[in-house]
Design a protein around this ligand. Structure first.
Ligand SMILES: *Cc1c(COP(=O)(O)O)cnc(C)c1O
Length: 827
């Protein structure tokens, strides 16, 4: 794109240390997205949540040599004598300057979308409408900030025919900078709501700030029925270039004659320059209808002939919202919307809830905290909130926070049950959470209230059996394996299948904190879950299904590719979405015969990667079939040697060397000399060692309590099929765990055992669905309510129990049902 020297001039760096002339093609602000170290320029950005300067060392070790910094120029230039540093006063500003320069290289229509709500949706709808006809570049996800906008603009290439960028602002002075970067030729404003109003002295001031984006536009699209926008366009002298749509004014460029809402679709009839059109769209809610109308008019301005293709509009697909749906206990359905809390998003959430409640025949319940993002004074604010809620069918309303209580008069009294609590704690300690059932519960809360605690409680199952997970032991085991490996070997932690059944998030979070190189999950949804809970490490997806490619891209997940079919489908998707350089991991089959490219397919594959700008091989790996079996060591060594040769061949042909890895836990324990660049640890992290290594700490323990004791005589039988006997007679105990909890039925009739007061007690009779019976003759002192350990004790090792029922430890933990409560400990 530019040489570093040129960049230094363009951003007016006031100190430079350019040790080698480099051609910069990639701009990086998030160290996790590194792809092409040599041609990358890293911008060390400092925000409230992080500081890019802290990642310089790590990036340097990965081969990055060019950095834009604010601080410590002298120290850095000394510490890294072969790296290039540009010092600037404002790092984000320099990135914006480069993007602004880059934007000037292109002479194509550039659509700039702003407004209070619906920017991302309008951008995505426009993309869907135009992508069949043009090559479109657009902001990824909702990259609309001071940082997101320049990163989006830097994605423009000479092949693009139309660009669509989103611009979001939250305070005065921000739009001028964004405008300089986007320089839109067509402006689109969705609407004006109350979001971020606290940073502006009036609505007019906020409107004017947003409209600054349109100073250089030839055409501006707007909703004429929003008087605030009309007035703003007038004030700034933009009206002559503006084209509006309206439901009221027949003189509008696009005049909406009628809107007919059906069950799942809506028919829009409108006039454009006297010609009548009709389209049908697959939405019925108010916000979508308005967003579509904005898009119809924008599309007409870009290319009038597109309106003759009504099928484009009926094909529109919904853009994922931020609402989260959780299945609660007692048949509750929970809608969690705790991202932000303002009136507009409350309305959207209520719309959504009404539909869900009606579809599933559930009682609509609203839990609402104080609204914290509004410019209105409390009184008018809560009067409007109350009025809004009054328009919906709500059977129970719970208000949390002092303000809601103070203005309780505004909340409709006709609601069946209406209650106010000073805090989330007060709500949780009332008996309401236990009483809610068969309800569709909308939790709408400002972030500071931490309403996750409510959804946690409402989704927790009541059950006495728990799996205790010792996160310190997990950390210890990771450190132990690290100590056995050559220095610098990275660890990929396998947390697939919900962390082997233990619970992916908590384990992943611990490992994330311990700086594992990456985490790996089985399917994209597992990865999304981790990301959305704030896990930052790279995440590999071992079995990426084609239906989940969007999830992969959106959440920054790195797929494993193991076949040409998958690879082509993925490349296709990436191309369509306008991404490039997506990191993937190549699986080679050296003898496992599960997934993977055969070694003889590798040369062709490497040629593909040598040429592809869409995909980048981050790593290449194989999986061992029998690393834990000494009698198969010859086979294992052969797998490892074949892998080494194949991977080298790949690197040579592709022209770069991805990371190599082959070892699982058993491999690390028995073949550490083949660690290559990283290893993939799974079962060992939980303290379960395939070669019985004594240095691990057990990390999981399954426990329950003794429900009941009873005396059985020698001639009686116990349980289904009458399979249990105590020939001498004696006490049995009943415990609340059965095969529905994932406790194997193969444990029946004395094959399995539990531990009470440190003593082994065999299972008697058949394991039932929710319970089983144990023989207490060795433990007469046991009392009802006493702790019973099913596994994870030195008398009940997972390895021994697995062997007793002819299976492997993996199955015992992975089988545990969700209703077994997971409890995590750490010091
Ligand atoms: C599950 C898995 C591992 C981890 O295996 P463990 O035996 O649990 O260490 C490693 N690699 C791949 C490809 C896997 O699927």
């Amino acid at each position: 794109m530019y040489t570093l020297q040129t960049i230094a001039e363009k951003i007016h760096a006031h100190q430079c240390a350019i040790r080698s002339e480099v051609f910069i093609e990639h701009f990086l602000t998030d160290s996790r997205s590194l792809m092409h170290p040599q041609s990358t320029l890293f911008f060390a950005i400092r925000t409230v949540t992080g500081d890019g300067h802290l990642y310089i060392d790590q990036l340097y070790n990965h081969g990055v040599r060019s950095f834009v910094v604010k601080d410590e120029f002298d120290k850095l230039t000394q510490q890294y004598p072969d790296a290039n540093f540009l010092e600037v006063r404002d790092v984000i500003r320099s990135l914006q300057k480069i993007a602004a320069e880059w934007r000037r290289e292109f002479n194509i229509p550039v659509v700039g979308v702003t407004g209070s709500n619906g920017k991302t949706i309008v951008k995505e709808f426009l993309y869907q409408l135009l992508a069949d006809t043009y090559r479109v570049v657009r902001s990824p996800r909702s990259y609309n900030s001071q940082l997101g906008v320049p990163l989006s603009v830097l994605k423009m290439t000479s092949e693009d025919q139309i660009a669509i960028f989103e611009a979001g602002i939250s305070q005065l002075g921000e739009m001028a900078r964004i405008e300089e970067v986007i320089k839109p030729t067509i402006g689109v404003i969705t609407n004006i709501g109350s979001a971020h109003q606290e940073n502006f002295s009036s609505i007019a001031q906020k409107v004017d700030e947003k409209l600054l984006l349109f100073g250089g536009c030839d055409r501006i699209v707007y909703n004429m029925d929003e008087p605030e926008i009309v007035a703003g366009l007038q004030r700034l002298g933009l009206l002559s270039r503006a084209r509006g749509w309206s439901r009221k004014d027949p003189k509008a460029h696009l005049y909406v004659r009628s809107i007919e809402t059906g069950r799942d679709t809506t028919k829009l009839n409108f006039l454009v320059l006297g010609i009548e059109y009709s389209i049908e769209i697959p939405f019925t809610d108010q916000a979508s209808i308005e967003n579509v109308l904005t898009c119809v008019l924008t599309t007409i301005i870009i290319n009038p002939s597109l309106i003759d293709h009504p099928e484009l509009f009926s094909k529109l697909e919904p853009v994922e919202m931020r609402l989260e749906l959780i299945e609660g206990n007692k048949n509750n359905l929970i809608i969690n919307d705790v991202y932000n809390n303002d009136i507009n998003s409350l309305k959207i959430a209520l719309d959504f809830q009404q539909q869900r409640a009606t579809d599933a025949d559930l009682e609509p319940v609203l839990i609402l905290t104080e609204i914290q993002q509004s410019a209105l004074n409390e009184r008018p604010l809560y009067s409007r909130v109350g009025e809004l809620i009054g328009k919906y069918r709500i059977s129970k309303f719970y208000g949390i926070g002092k303000e809601l209580f103070a203005y309780r008069e505004f909340f409709p009294t006709e609601i069946g049950e209406r209650n106010f609590f000073p805090s989330v704690e007060d709500f949780l300690s009332s008996d309401i959470p236990q009483q809610l059932s068969q309800a569709c519960i909308l939790i709408k809360g400002a972030r500071s209230f931490h309403c996750e605690r409510i959804s946690d409680r409402l989704s927790r199952k009541v059950h006495e059996t728990t799996l205790e997970v010792d996160l310190d032991a997990v950390a210890h085991n990771l450190q132990y394996y690290r100590s056995k490996l050559p220095q610098g070997t990275q660890c990929i932690a396998m947390v697939k299948a919900q962390g082997y059944g233990v619970g992916a998030y908590e384990v992943a979070k611990k490992l994330d904190q311990m700086h594992v190189g990456a985490l790996a999950v089985a399917v994209a949804d597992e990865g999304r879950e981790l990301r959305s809970q704030g896990i930052l490490s790279p995440i590999l997806v071992m079995n990426p299904e084609p239906t989940a490619f969007d999830t992969l891209l959106e959440w920054h997940l790195e797929p494993v590719v193991f076949s040409w079919k998958l690879l082509r489908a993925l490349a296709n998707k990436i191309d369509k979405q306008g991404f490039d350089n997506i990191g993937v991991h190549i699986e080679v089959d050296t003898g496992m015969h599960r997934l993977g490219f055969r070694p003889d397919e590798i040369p062709e594959l490497a040629r593909f990667f040598a040429q592809s700008h869409l995909l980048r091989a981050r790593s290449i790996f194989t999986h061992l079939a029998a690393a834990d079996m000494p009698e198969e060591d010859a086979f294992t060594r052969n797998q490892l040697e074949v892998f080494r040769t194949t991977a080298d061949q790949f690197s040579e042909i592709a022209g770069y060397r991805p990371l190599y890895h082959a070892l699982n836990t058993a491999g690390v324990e028995r073949f550490p000399q083949y660690a290559f660049d990283c290893v993939r640890l799974g079962i060992g992290l939980y303290g379960i060692s395939p070669s019985m290594d004594k240095h691990l700490e057990p990390a999981v323990r399954l426990r329950t309590t003794l429900l009941q004791k009873s005396y059985i005589s020698g001639d009686e039988t116990i349980g289904y099929g009458r399979r249990g006997h105590l020939t001498q007679g004696g006490e049995i105990g009943i415990i609340p765990i059965g095969y529905a909890d994932g406790y194997s039925r193969r444990m029946s009739c004395g094959r399995g055992w539990v531990v009470v007061h440190g003593k082994r007690c065999p299972i008697v009779g058949n394991v039932c669905m929710d319970t089983c019976m144990i023989d207490l003759s060795q433990c007469p002192e046991a009392q009802e309510g006493d702790e019973v350990i099913l596994f994870g004790d030195k008398e009940a090792r997972i390895e021994d129990l697995a062997r007793a029922i002819d299976t492997i430890p993996y199955e015992l933990i992975a089988d545990l049902a969700p209703r077994v409560r997971r409890v995590y400990y750490q010091n």
